[in-house]
Design a protein around this ligand. Structure first.
Ligand SMILES: Cc1ncc(COP(=O)(O)O)c(C=O)c1O
Length: 381
């Protein structure tokens, strides 16, 4: 049975080109980049070359990039650091952020360090900009933290419009760009934003590595102490092969971007069309316009008793996708995103997410299994 992987928003497979770039730093170049001898100079050069590559792809300065253990750490750093070091007293965010943002907003509030404000959203998950402006007016010394694209439903916000609004009210702006980095181009020098975050494993890089972009002037103090690495921003011996892999994954991602957008968007449209034909009563969560994240399709299946076991049956057939239910009964707490946006929507929700390695055959096989489940036909066991 050929397995089909449609869970690329959770993580993507490592690109062989990326692995090739990493291997010399696993096999041969083992020097500590802080050492002054030639072994250390080799790995130091690799780290700094990677930083320059990332900066040039995003049009920012190398000094504005701090490598971290991934998206979660970078989100924590942006919010906690802004509150601790930049005088932020109000964190304006939304109830459908990734937990790496949502939990931090709750934490700074419960520790009495800042007040958290939860933005109203439209039904497709887009922020209500009238409410955002009212909050910005009412609460000065604010950090606005809104994810660029939602990992569950794919709704993608307008960074430019929100950034300009933040500038107008002197607020700092952080965006969790974990789902869009490597999938959309960024021009940070010309974008009114102070912090963005990255996780390499979402665009065919290795796991356990990411970065925080920190606009010059919005400089935070380190969260992890004990060494002068990352220009005193994050202590600890660098994850050299991770950093090399991250830069390579970005390079490859942006080199082939147009082709991937075309390929993956085509798959998403194809799956939507095939699902609509296969299962009457199907619906889609989030923004279904072209602006939405092209790698994610969030589907709401009819509540006819068959959707309950859908993900389980798909798994039996070797198809990996991810669930998320608005229901919060029993041990399945469900998705806070779907629970917030669609509390009354019955039926199972399934997120299919695609990558450059996904094929039309993969999508067709997934639809075929879905159709079989809804036709009441047995799945393999
Ligand atoms: C939107 C978003 N933010 C943050 C993260 C966390 O990133 P990491 O796994 O690198 O800590 C993820 C990954 O699941 C994500 O999808």
């Amino acid at each position: 049975m050929k397995k089909v992987y449609l869970d690329n928003a959770a993580t993507t497979p490592l690109d062989p080109e990326v692995l090739d770039a990493m291997l010399p730093y696993m096999r041969e170049h083992h020097g500590n980049p802080s050492a002054i001898h030639s072994f250390g100079r080799t790995t130091r050069a690799a780290v700094e070359t990677a930083r320059r590559t990332v900066a040039s792809l995003l049009n920012c300065a190398p000094g504005e990039i701090v490598f971290t253990s991934g998206g979660t750490e970078a989100d924590n750093m942006a919010i906690m650091g802004s509150v601790r070091d930049l005088g932020v007293q109000n964190v304006i965010t939304s109830p459908i952020e990734h937990h790496a943002v949502e939990y931090v907003a709750h934490a700074v509030e419960s520790e009495g360090k800042a007040k958290a404000h939860w933005l109203k959203l439209h039904a497709d998950g887009q922020p209500d900009l009238v409410h955002l402006e009212a909050l910005l007016k009412a609460y000065p010394k604010a950090l606005v933290s809104l994810m660029h694209a939602n990992n569950e439903i794919g709704t993608r916000i307008d960074l430019m419009a929100i950034g300009h609004l933040c500038r107008q009210y002197d607020a700092l702006f952080h965006s969790d760009t974990v789902q869009t980095m490597g999938h959309y181009r960024f021009d940070l020098a010309n974008t009114p934003i102070d912090f963005i975050t990255c996780a390499a494993h979402k665009f065919h890089g290795p796991k356990g590595i990411g970065f925080l972009y920190m606009r010059n002037g919005a400089t935070l103090k380190p969260m992890i102490l004990g060494g002068s690495q990352e220009r005193n921003m994050r202590a600890g011996t660098e994850n050299i092969y991770g950093i090399v892999g991250l830069a390579k994954a970005m390079e490859v991602g942006y080199r082939d971007l147009d082709e991937h957008v075309r390929h993956i968007s085509g798959l998403k449209q194809h799956m939507k069309k095939r699902l609509l034909e296969a299962v009457p009563g199907i619906g889609f969560n989030g923004d279904s316009s072209e602006k939405a994240l092209y790698t994610v399709l969030s589907v709401n299946f009819p509540d006819d008793g068959k959707s309950e076991m859908l993900i389980y049956n798909m798994d039996i057939e070797g198809i990996a996708c991810s669930g998320g239910s608005a229901c919060s009964s029993g041990s399945n707490k469900g998705s806070h995103v779907l629970g917030h946006l669609y509390p009354e929507r019955p039926g199972a929700n399934v997120r299919f997410s695609f990558s450059k390695f996904t094929t039309q055959e993969d999508v067709d096989r997934a639809v075929e299994v879905v159709a079989r489940v809804f036709a009441g036909a047995p799945v393999k066991s």
